[in-house]
Write a protein that binds this ligand. Structure first.
Ligand code: FPP
Length: 241
């Protein structure tokens, strides 16, 4: 672990909105997908850096419920990129001790991609070095809506009553039910928006907006953001003693 990373204050769970691939490609006069491919290479570097930086959980926003509005060429290119990435990286992720999970609605994703996701979850289920969660066709509102629907169904079936509905019970129906809440949410590319990412789970997260475009976000910059987080006073709504 680098000397300025303090294991006592390093975030346990970091979530990242990987923004700026399109602009990165545009700056080089290349198609947007060129930027997404460069972004995928960066994912690998950041995942590999986690154990050394003391980050146990990493959650990345790969495709949102709103990203279907992009051109058909870009959407299809991204889906092919995800498929190829999973095929290519599965063995290395497994051997590196990464436990991979996916959150988001799988219904709209193609069958081949969903089976690769299922296989990778199964293959890496017992790993515990780093927990990587990939948000794919994910939206915070959509996730809470799906959870509420399932909760309503349980009530309808008589397995729960309306008195059982509280934050803890609702959390159990979210895609993230096995994950701790994020301590830190990073967004690259200079935009200061949440874009429907982990709305419920980030209630007490710290946010860091960095200007770097995602394909340029290095391990060293990641480490700097973590050091900065270590200096923040988190109060969770309470008054400091
Ligand atoms: C946002 O940049 C990025 C995305 C919508 C896609 C994220 C995908 C990757 C980083 C590819 C690899 C991911 C995995 C898990 C293999 P943007 O296109 O909105 O950029 P812009 O704001 O500059 O247009």
């Amino acid at each position: 672990m680098p000397k300025d990373i303090d294991p006592k204050t390093t975030p346990h769970h970091v979530a990242i909105i990987m923004d700026g691939n399109g602009r990165w490609a545009q700056q080089r006069g290349r198609p947007r997908l060129f930027g997404h491919h460069a972004g995928a290479r960066r994912v690998r570097e950041i995942v590999e850096a986690c154990p050394d930086l003391g980050v146990k959980y990493l959650t990345i926003f790969a495709f949102s419920t709103e990203n279907w509005k992009r051109t058909q060429t870009e959407v299809a290119g991204l889906m092919t990129l995800f498929r190829k990435y999973l095929e290519r990286e599965a063995k290395d992720l497994f051997e590196a001790g990464v436990c991979v999970r996916f959150i988001g609605d799988r219904v709209r994703l193609d069958d081949k991609l969903v089976s690769l996701m299922d296989e990778l979850e199964l293959l890496t289920a017992d790993n515990d070095r780093v927990h990587l969660t990939v948000a794919l066709n994910y939206g915070g509102r959509d996730e809470v809506t799906r959870a509420a629907k399932r909760l309503a169904y349980e009530i309808e079936q008589g397995r729960l009553t309306h008195d059982d509905v509280d934050a803890e019970t609702l959390s159990k129906f979210l895609d993230t039910h096995v994950l701790p809440d994020p301590d830190l949410v990073i967004r690259t590319s200079g935009e200061a928006r949440i874009s429907n990412f982990l709305l419920w789970q980030s209630a007490y997260a710290e946010y860091e907006f960095v200007n770097t475009l995602w394909p340029d976000f290095t391990r060293d910059e990641f480490a700097k953001v973590l050091v900065n987080f270590g200096g923040r006073a988190r109060r969770f709504g309470a008054v400091p003693a």
